[in-house]
Design a protein around this ligand. Structure first.
Ligand code: BV8
Ligand code: ZN
Length: 249
C-alpha cells in the first residue's frame, strides 16, 4: 500500500501535495513581456513607477493607458506548453494547486481551475468608491479612465499594486499550501517581489522538494533540489513526461 500522498508512475514518484508557484516567465513564451530582463520594460515605464496607488492618484489616465496597452498585448497571447502542462497535471493529480503572481489569466485560459491569483487579474476592473466590479475583456476599453456605472466613481484595474496588501484569503491559502506541500515547482519567477518570494522559503522550511524552471539563476536556485536552466515551455512538459504521467491519456 503506497503511503498517502505519493504519486507514482513507473519507476518515478513524487510526494504530494504539489504546488506550482508561477511568475511572468511562464508567460514569456506566450509573448507577454516580463517585468525584468531584456524585454522586461513595458514600453519605457518601470512597473514599480506605474503599478502603484500613488501613480494612479497622480495620473489615472497615464496608468490606465499603460494597463489598456498591456491588456491589448495580452489579448493576443495564447497559453503555451508550460501553462497547458500545469492544466494537465491538475487533471491527473487532485492534490495540486497553482499559485500565480501573474495577472494575465493564461493559466485559466489553458484549463487550470485551481489557481490562486496573488496579485489580481488584469481582466477585472473595480470601483475605487463602491464595491462594484466586473470582468471586462474589451480591448481597447471604450472610455478611459472607466467610471463606475453605479456611483460614477473612478474604476481601477483589479490588481495588487506595489505598497498594497495582497488579498488576505489568497495569501493565507498560498501560505498554507506552501507550508503543507511536499513538492513545489517554481516556474518563471525572479523571486524578488514579496510576500510571494517567501513562499518557496516556506516550502523549503517544511522540507518540501523544490524544482525550479528558469533560464536564469534566482534566489531560489541555491536551495532548489533540481533546476531546469531553460525555458519553462520546453522543460516543464519534458519533466512531466519524464514523470510518466504526461503519456497517460
Ligand atoms: C506589500 C500586479 C505590504 C500589478 C505586481 C524592500 C524589500 C522587500 C520588500 C519590499 C521592499 N520595498 C517594498 C517592498 C514590498 C514590495 C516588493 O516586494 N518590492 C520589490 C520590488 C522589492 N511588495 C509589495 O509592495 C507587495 N505588497 O508588500 O504590501 C502591505 C501590507 C499590509 C498593508 C499594506 C501594505 C505587493 C507586490 C505586488 C505588486 N504587483 N503585479 C501588475 O502586474 O500591474 S508585482 C509583479 O512584479 C508581478 O506580479 C510579479 O510579482 C513581479 C514580477 O516578478 P516575476 O513574476 O518574477 O517577473 P520578473 O519579470 O521579475 O521575472 C521573470 C522571471 O522569468 C525571470 O527570472 C526570468 O529569468 C524568467 N524567465 C524568462 N523567460 C522564461 C523565464 N522562466 C521560464 N521560462 C521562460 N521562458
Ligand atoms: Zn462605484
Amino acid at each position: 500500500m503506497l503511503p498517502r500522498g505519493l504519486f507514482v508512475h513507473g519507476m518515478r514518484s513524487m510526494e504530494l501535495p504539489l504546488v506550482a508557484l508561477t511568475g511572468a516567465g511562464i508567460s514569456a513564451e506566450s509573448g507577454v513581456p516580463t517585468f525584468r530582463g531584456s524585454r522586461g520594460l513595458w514600453r519605457d515605464y518601470k512597473p514599480q513607477d506605474l503599478a502603484t496607488p500613488e501613480a494612479f492618484r497622480r495620473d489615472p489616465g497615464l496608468v490606465w493607458d499603460w494597463y489598456d496597452w498591456r491588456r491589448e498585448v495580452i489579448a493576443d497571447c495564447q497559453p503555451n506548453a508550460a501553462h497547458r502542462t500545469l492544466a494537465h497535471i491538475e487533471e491527473k493529480i487532485d492534490d495540486f494547486l497553482v499559485v500565480t503572481q501573474n495577472v494575465d489569466g493564461l493559466h485559466q485560459a489553458a484549463g487550470s481551475r485551481r489557481v490562486l491569483e496573488l496579485h489580481g487579474n488584469i481582466w477585472r476592473l473595480r470601483c475605487t468608491h463602491c464595491d462594484y466590479g466586473r470582468e471586462d475583456r474589451r480591448v481597447p476599453l471604450p472610455d478611459l479612465p472607466p467610471h463606475c456605472p453605479h456611483c460614477r466613481g473612478l474604476m481601477r484595474p483589479d490588481v495588487v499594486w506595489f505598497g498594497e496588501a495582497l488579498p488576505r484569503a489568497a495569501m493565507e491559502a498560498a501560505w498554507s499550501a506552501a507550508a503543507n506541500c511536499r513538492t513545489m515547482l517554481v516556474v518563471g519567477t525572479s523571486a524578488v517581489v514579496e510576500p510571494a518570494a517567501s513562499l518557496p522559503r516556506e516550502a523549503r522550511r517544511n522540507n518540501a522538494r523544490l524544482i525550479e524552471f528558469n533560464p536564469a539563476r534566482t534566489p531560489v536556485s541555491r536551495s532548489a533540489d533540481e533546476v531546469f536552466r531553460e525555458p519553462a515551455g520546453e522543460a516543464l512538459p519534458r519533466w512531466w513526461a519524464r514523470m510518466g504521467a504526461g503519456k497517460r491519456r
